[in-house]
Every structure is written in structure tokens, then in C-alpha cells.
Design a binder for this molecule. Structure first.
Ligand code: V47
Ligand code: SF4
Length: 375
């Protein structure tokens, strides 16, 4: 339905109407209004608003990227309760540790293939230190200089910098100079300290996560931010998370994309926490699109939510479907993701986008257009 017609509906709650009018005028909504959208907005209303913002920012285009993932290890010193993936050094037989040669070989496996990005992320291994990864980054760049390296969450970097006894600024500069082009958005989880203390007490604090990202932004790195939702947090915690990101973005303009990550309860310490429904997924995409007025993109990570929800999400604010990941991304498949074999050819991904009535655009990490499809 047309947004103007929707806002004229006499049955519409007055506070929702006033939020809708702000969105129509491209005005920022407040913290309380964000919470109200979650509490009172039905799916039709939220979808119409979020789609308006999405089309104002990105027209009818949906972006994707040709990338591949490398997970150097699933051995981790931390013990996040939602994690189905990590193993400790004690139960090593269920873990993996790739050598520098194996990591480089994975990059070489893509020689001649039209990928533009490698995404490197894994557990926090006590022996894979900053210098180990600096050496690997240099080797990857020497082998394929034009491949964008998006790697290491703030949690991994914080551990490496502390171990190497370097400041955040110094460590980030060394990693950037060695070839690290940008960071993925992981490790943010939920910034609220009380919830964080319950679900991931021992890893870096919200302030440290934000500081690491700010430092990377100051070096000119454009990066992502995630939010793990749908577990024990409430709507106020979600808006608080987005508010902290919105404030940092006002300061630095360093974030490219916001990625809501749906909590999956397979085989982890939070298995008794039920997963939220697809309605909640779509509401979360929509409210983030409306609230984060200074973010250019909202991404749905399709291996996690499945192809059908990924298609629907494009009517609820999402303009990015990540990439044609043709490697198994174990952090999700081990937690019970919809797509146990997350591989889609470019043709399949383009069809999925086209069927949703959108134009598929292959982008590089920084959203430069690589190819336009189905014009
Ligand atoms: O921080 C872990 C999440 C994240 C579960 O930047 C879980 O382009 C749901 O950040 N249920 C790491 N989520 C992955 C990540 C990412 C993924 C895709 C794209 C990008 C990007 C970044 O995975 C962790 C945590 O929030 N996670 N376990 C789980 N059971
Ligand atoms: Fe380690 Fe990351 Fe799993 Fe937490 S989510 S236990 S930091 S691998």
C-alpha cells in the first residue's frame, strides 16, 4: 500500500502516524519511537516504512558480492553461550587449526575465479597471534593484491593486540599495513552490558568493540556491524544496540552495512531458548532500516535465515544478500542454520533477487558496482 494512504488511515495509532510522517520527511526517529515501532507496528506498516527508506537510499537494487570464507580455527579461548562452533584446546579432536600454508592454499584454490573478497573469521586461538596473521595477510596480498581481505572480528583483534602488548591504534595500523582492508561486523552480539554478561561474559566489552571499530574507521576502513537478536534480549536492548551504532556512525561515517543475525539454538548452551519467528525477523530488518538512518545498507545473511526469508526481507528494508558463498561457513551450519550447505551460484542468487522484483547488482566490498544483472 502507498505510504501516504497508509498514514491517512483513521484507525492508525497516532504515535505510529507521527513516526511515519517523520520517515516520509527523512527525519530521524528517537529511541522511544524505535521501541514503539517494535511494540506497536504491524508487519504491513513496518514494511511500508522500511521499503520507503530502502528505495530512497538504494532504489530497486539488491547487492551481492562474490566472496569466499576461510575459518582458520574453531579453537576458542572464550565461551559464548550461544556458540555451537567453538572448541577448547582440551577437546582438540573436534577442532581444526589451519596452518599458514593451508590458509594460503585456500586462497590459491580461487586463482582465476572472479571473486573480489575473502572473509577470514574464526575462533580466538591462543597461539595464532597477531604476528602469525600479519605474515599470512602479507602472503595473501603478495599472491593476489586485488583481493579485498575482510577479516577478524573486534573480539579476535582485541585478544591479538592485548597478547602482543600493543595499543589498539598500533595493532590496527600494523594489520592494515599488512593487508587487512576491512573488518566483518561480528562479535557485537548485544551491547547491553547485563545481557552481554549472561550470554558472552568473557569476551570483549561493548566499549572495546566500539573502540576497535572507531580506530579502524579512523584509518579509513569501511566496515560492517552486526546484532545478534532473538534470544534473551528485549526490544529496548535492540534499539540501545542500534543507538550506540548510530552515534558512532554520526562521528566517523565508517560503517557500510548493518547485519541483524538471528540467534539459532542448535547444539549450544542456549538450546532451550526458543528461536523467534519469521515475523520477528522481518520486523527486525524493518525497524533497523528505519532507525539506522545514517547506514547505507542493511544485509540479510541468507545462509542463516534461508532463501525464502532472504527473498521476503527485500520488502522489509534489506538491500544486500551478502554473497555467493561457495564454502561451508561452519559457525552457522553448526548452530542449525536453514541452509546447511550454503552455496549458491551467481545465477541462482540473481534468480532469487529477480523473483523478488529487484535488480541484482554485483558489488565489491565497498559497494562499487562490478556487474548489473536483469536491467
Ligand atoms: O559474532 C555465533 C554469530 C557472528 C550464533 O560482516 C551466531 O559481512 C546466530 O559476524 N546463532 C560471526 N548467530 C559472523 C559474522 C558475520 C557473518 C556474515 C557476514 C558478516 C559480515 C559477518 O556469528 C558472531 C555471532 O554474533 N553467531 N553463533 C548462533 N548460534
Ligand atoms: Fe569464540 Fe566467537 Fe564462538 Fe564466542 S562466538 S565462543 S568468540 S568462536
Amino acid at each position: 500500500m502507498n505510504l501516504n494512504t497508509l498514514l491517512e488511515d483513521t484507525n492508525l495509532d497516532n504515535s505510529l502516524r507521527s513516526i511515519g510522517q517523520k520517515v516520509l520527511k527523512a527525519e530521524r526517529i528517537t529511541f522511544d519511537e524505535g521501541v514503539q515501532l517494535f511494540e506497536k507496528g504491524d508487519l504491513g506498516f513496518l514494511g511500508a516504512l522500511a521499503n520507503h527508506v530502502r528505495e530512497r537510499k538504494n532504489g530497486n537494487q539488491t547487492f551481492f558480492n562474490r566472496n569466499f570464507h576461510i575459518e582458520p580455527t574453531n579453537i576458542c579461548v572464550f565461551s559464548c553461550k550461544f556458540c555451537s562452533y567453538s572448541r577448547t584446546l582440551k577437546n582438540r579432536e573436534e577442532g581444526w587449526e589451519l596452518s599458514a600454508e593451508q590458509i594460503l592454499q585456500k586462497v590459491k584454490d580461487y586463482d582465476g575465479k572472479p571473486v573480489t573478497e575473502v572473509h577470514i573469521v574464526g575462533g580466538v586461538h591462543p597461539k595464532m597471534d597477531m604476528y602469525y596473521f600479519i605474515d599470512i595477510l602479507k602472503q595473501i596480498k603478495a599472491h593476489r593484491p586485488d583481493l579485498h581481505i575482510k577479516g577478524f572480528t573486534a573480539v579476535e583483534l582485541d585478544y591479538m593486540f592485548r597478547k602482543a602488548k600493543v595499543s589498539t591504534e598500533e595493532g590496527m595500523k600494523l594489520m592494515h599495513e599488512a593487508g587487512l582492508d576491512s573488518l566483518p561486523g561480528g562479535g557485537a552480539e548485544i551491547f547491553d552490558e547485563d545481557i552481554r554478561n549472561i550470554i558472552c561474559a568473557d569476551k570483549c566489552s561493548s566499549d572495546v568493540w566500539l573502540k576497535i571499530h572507531e580506530t579502524a574507521h579512523n584509518l579509513g576502513m569501511h566496515i560492517n556491524a552486526t546484532m545478534l537478536y532473538g534470544h534473551i534480549e528485549n526490544y529496548t536492548h535492540r534499539i540501545d544496540h542500534m543507538e550506540r551504532l548510530r552515534q558512532l556512525q554520526d562521528k566517523t561515517k565508517g560503517f557500510n552495512t548493518f547485519i541483524p543475525l538471528k540467534f539459532r539454538n542448535g547444539d549450544n548452551e542456549m538450546s532451550s531458548t526458543p528461536e523467534v519467528t519469521v515475523i520477528e525477523d522481518l520486523k527486525t530488518y524493518a525497524v533497523s532500516r528505519i532507525y539506522l538512518d545514517n547506514f547505507n545498507h542493511v544485509k540479510a545473511y541468507w545462509p542463516m535465515i534461508g532463501r525464502s526469508t532472504a527473498q521476503l526481507s527485500q520488502a522489509f528494508g534489506v538491500d544486500d544478500l551478502d554473497g555467493t558463498i561457495d564454502d561451508t561457513t561452519k559457525i552457522y551450519s553448526m548452530a542449525g542454520a536453514e541452509d546447511q550447505n550454503p552455496a549458491l551460484t551467481t545465477e541462482q542468487l540473481v534468480t532469487l533477487i529477480k523473483e523478488s522484483g529487484r535488480q541484482a547488482v554485483e558489488r565489491d566490498t565497498l559497494y562499487n558496482v562490478v556487474s548489473l544483472f536483469n536491467e
